[in-house]
Design a protein around this ligand. Structure first.
Ligand SMILES: Cc1cc2nc3c(=O)[nH]c(=O)nc-3n(C[C@H](O)[C@H](O)[C@H](O)COP(=O)(O)O)c2cc1C
Length: 188
């Protein structure tokens, strides 16, 4: 059966460094027969978590917006690849807002003690930053790890590229593009 790979781009810059890398990873996955799909968070309509508590007793978010689609697609995906630029030493606000909206998954797992899905999922994280500070990637990675743990997704691979600032500058780095392609292939 075809594996479903969902790529989620957290960058507000279209066709920027991390989206280019994500595209390469999705191409790599597709080259192994996977069915791929990409979401651009910045073009979706959803708010950050309002901490309304509506999910506490059901594990389901009560807010009606584009997150519904993300919940559905992540639920069905075998592989989830997240990408984000480093913004102020962390992930982008777009990606963090999406992650916070998975408080419903946290409630389902930890408050309602729902069993994890039987299908094993794996996840990867791709990031790029303008500086050479390893600690920024480490910080971003921890957030993604916590997110994946909540969703029972195995944190499988990551790729971090420092000193990448200008739009689409990563295109000059053939090794980076190849590494992203290989990451996608290795997840299938
Ligand atoms: C609001 C903002 C904050 C940023 N903060 C950092 C930072 O803390 N550390 C860093 O290394 N780069 C930082 N950068 C640079 C971006 O991470 C870098 O340009 C990256 O390549 C952008 O990726 P993208 O093209 O996929 O959006 C920042 C850029 C912006 C616009």
């Amino acid at each position: 059966m075809k594996k479903h790979v969902l790529g989620i781009s957290g960058s507000p810059r279209r066709n920027g460094n991390t989206e280019i890398l994500l595209d390469k990873a999705l191409k790599g996955a597709a080259s192994k027969g996977a069915q791929t799909e990409k979401f651009i968070l910045n073009e979706m309509r959803f708010k950050a978590c309002q901490e309304c508590g509506g999910c506490r007793y059901t594990g389901i978010c009560v807010v009606d917006d584009d997150m519904k689609l993300i919940y559905e697609k992540i639920g069905r995906a075998d592989v989830v690849i997240l990408s984000s630029p480093i913004f102020f030493g962390s992930i982008s606000a777009q990606l963090k807002a999406m992650i916070d909206r998975f408080q419903c998954a946290w409630a389902a797992k930890y408050l309602l003690k729902r069993p994890p899905p039987s299908v094993k999922k794996s996840g990867a994280f791709i990031s790029a930053g303008g500086s050479d500070k390893e600690a920024f990637f480490e910080n971003a990675k921890q957030i993604i790890k916590i997110f994946f743990i909540t969703l029972n997704i195995k944190y499988t691979k990551d790729l971090f590229f420092d000193k990448v600032e200008e739009k689409a500058e990563i295109l000059k780095n053939k090794a980076a593009l190849e590494a992203a392609y290989d990451l996608g292939r290795s997840l299938i």
